[in-house]
Ligand binder design. Structure first.
Ligand SMILES: C[S@@+](CC[C@H](N)C(=O)[O-])C[C@H]1O[C@@H](n2cnc3c(N)ncnc32)[C@H](O)[C@@H]1O
Length: 246
């Protein structure tokens, strides 16, 4: 089940206004262009920001996400009818043969359970045409991002048109090896409602991800940096070989 911040209708509706700077997607748009992608699968598409950017450029897009409330937000946006939205994890996907599959905004870390992670990579591979690529990012554990996640650094009040002021902050609740758990709290000034969302992310080492990708048959290109977050992320570009077994 998806975390409340994606799956609760009131929280899904403020996901974009609470995090409006999507400069992180520029590098993905450039890669989609460089790779000449005409058909893209966006895994963990959330509120559809990236899927809709692609669709606006004439790309055929399928977006999949287990959070129905986020998909409802995505579907209601201008151009939402141009994307095929699928509710579920990668297993819910119909047969596809896309040029590119993506997981933007650290979706990979959300898929914390080893079986679900392997299943997602397997399904991504099966959904690519031979020669197609899977691109995603995951935070470098060495940067220890969670050490900067606390109430002092994260507290903010966001004025959202039609919603009112929303206070939000995050607290880390547990660090257990590669698993980091945290809780976001949201206070809606309009009626005083307080909502919380608990998440657990898996921080994977570079070699671990390379091994997982190779185990599913991918050829892994040299790992890149995220241009907007230098030194903090690994960006993986993995290719389904042009001919399987060849
Ligand atoms: C941080 S959000 C990123 C959303 C979107 N990619 C973006 O760039 O705005 C992470 C998304 O991963 C989704 N997610 C969680 N588990 C998933 C799974 N097993 N398969 C696909 N998506 C998943 C969540 O529902 C959520 O929408």
């Amino acid at each position: 089940m998806a975390d409340a911040c994606f799956a609760h209708p009131r929280l899904a509706s403020v996901y974009d206004p609470l995090d409006p700077d999507r400069g992180d997607l520029d590098a993905y748009l450039l890669m989609a262009e460089d790779f000449g992608a005409r058909q893209v699968l966006d895994i963990g598409c959330g509120t559809g920001v990236f899927a809709l950017l692609l669709a606006g450029r004439g790309v055929e897009v399928v977006g999949v996400d287990p959070a129905r409330a986020s998909l409802d937000v995505a579907r209601a946006k201008p151009g939402g009818e141009r994307v095929r939205w699928v509710c579920g994890d990668a297993d819910a996907l119909p047969p596809l043969q896309v040029d590119l599959a993506t997981m933007t905004a650290n979706v990979a870390q959300q898929i914390a359970a080893p079986d679900a992670w392997r299943g997602t990579l397997r399904k991504a591979y099966a959904s690519l045409r031979p020669g197609g690529r899977l691109v995603f990012e995951t935070r470098d554990p060495a940067a220890r991002a969670w050490e900067g996640w606390n109430r002092e650094t994260s507290y903010r009040v966001t004025d959202i048109p039609g919603v009112g002021a929303v206070e939000s902050w995050v607290d880390v609740t547990a660090v257990d090896g590669p698993l980091v758990s945290f809780r976001w709290t949201y206070v809606f000034a309009a009626d005083g409602e307080v909502l919380t969302s608990d998440s657990t992310l898996r921080f994977r080492e570079r070699e671990e991800v390379v091994t997982d990708l190779a185990a599913e048959g991918f050829e892994v290109e040299p790992v890149r940096d995220a241009p907007d977050r230098p030194g903090k992320e690994f960006v993986f570009v993995a290719r389904r070989p042009a001919s399987d077994g060849g």
